[in-house]
Design a protein around this ligand. Structure first.
Ligand SMILES: NC(=O)CC[C@H](N)C(=O)O
Length: 373
């Protein structure tokens, strides 16, 4: 049984692990890329529903993992593929979900649930199977309503690495970047290393002083789960390093935290953006990029004109916005070396239109080193 916090119930079949799970019900519209979605740490605490009806067709493999494990709190699908067919497939999705202890549900009318979440908004939910299916409807609903809300939730400590580690630069070395792991994806680290960075991944618990003591050439904040409004410590860390002149690039959660560091607020979107075909306008070029998204919160900044940072970081403009709903999708600082995007230029899953942002980051770091000389 899938139970939503407003009392709606949808009956399906047990899928993956049996038992119960609680989390925020959200929908993702990618036709492909379920493995990347499942292993993206930004989905921690969320029960993800795929709107594409057939899921699991291409199985699972070791190469497409975006982190070491599956992070979703639960998984909702319409019609799991009975046959796994792909030359790269090593295991079935059902087996991987069961092994990882991820409770799922199949046979759900995902169109009906999507339409409901689209009008009523993302909300707390639960999946109950096995013995938990025999709890009464009232007991299940009580459990759902007692679960934590996504608003105000800080999940960085759950997903971040505990120990620092390093990936060596590939090709010509440009410099070093400290990556604050708020739930970083493998593709991001690979793109940074491919742009010539020694990539030093650090735990989210690190202090600004420790970052500066590492003397990296730049700082990067990753994507990640939770409410950016509940990450004051990371906002303070970023302000300190920006004041010290460290160049900065942020993705997704890292965009929201740059927004906050500059003095903007963040807010919860009704049902969020999760998919791989969101049109985003790059205001500087007029080009429309088709991009990969996974965010439930957004930065509250004017999409036209130039603002002054209330925190003293000079002029800021919104560099990108979503053409579906005008939500802020990127920030660019005009007086300090810092920019960020709300969407996923590392793409996995999704199109590669926005990969150029990693080049822009490399160029920004190279320019900062030239001025130092
Ligand atoms: N992918 C992300 O970094 C998501 C950021 C944040 N947790 C949100 O939901 O908006």
């Amino acid at each position: 049984m899938l139970v939503l916090e407003d009392g709606r119930r949808f009956e399906g079949r047990a899928y993956g692990a049996r038992g119960r799970t609680l989390g925020e019900a959200v929908f993702a519209t990618g036709m492909t890329g379920y493995q990347e979605t499942l292993t993206d740490p930004s989905y921690a605490g969320q029960i993800v529903m795929m709107t594409a009806p057939h899921i699991g067709n291409t199985g699972m493999n070791d190469e497409d993992m975006e982190s070491a494990r599956i992070w979703v709190a639960g998984f909702i699908v319409r019609d799991p593929s009975r046959v796994v067919s792909n030359f790269r497939s090593q295991r079935s999705l059902d087996d991987d979900l069961a092994e990882a202890g991820i409770v799922g549900i199949s046979g759900i009318d995902t169109r009906a649930v999507t339409r409901h979440l689209r009008s009523a908004g993302a909300m707390r939910s639960g999946i109950f199977s096995g013995e938990d299916a025999s709890l009464t409807a009232g007991e299940q609903l009580d459990l759902v309503r007692a679960a934590a809300e996504m608003t105000g939730r800080n999940l960085s400590g759950t997903v971040s690495t505990q120990e620092p580690y390093t990936l060596a630069a590939e090709g010509e070395r440009v410099g070093s970047v400290a990556v604050l792991d708020l739930g970083v994806k493998t593709s991001t680290l690979r793109y940074l290393a491919q742009r010539g960075f020694d990539v030093h991944v650090v735990p989210q618990s690190i202090t600004a002083e420790e970052v500066l003591a590492m003397a990296p050439d730049a700082l990067f904040f990753s994507n990640g789960p939770g409410d950016p409004g509940a990450s004051d410590r990371h906002v303070d860390l970023l302000r300190t390093t920006l004041r010290a002149g460290l160049p900065y690039f942020g993705i997704c959660f890292g965009n929201q935290l740059l927004g906050r560091a500059l003095g903007f607020g963040t807010y919860k979107l009704p049902f969020g953006h999760r998919g791989i075909n969101q049109p985003v306008l790059d205001k500087a070029t007029g080009r429309v990029e088709i991009t990969s998204h996974n965010h439930g919160f957004a930065v509250d900044a004017p999409i036209e004109g130039v603002s002054d940072s209330s925190e003293g970081f000079g002029r800021v403009e919104v560099s990108h916005y979503d053409l579906n709903d005008n939500v802020v999708e990127g920030l660019n600082c005009l007086d300090i070396r810092a920019f960020s995007v709300q969407y996923h230029p590392e793409s996995a899953a999704g199109p590669h239109d926005a990969n150029y942002l990693f080049d822009r980051f490399r160029d920004m770091v190279l320019a900062s080193k030239e001025t130092e000389v």
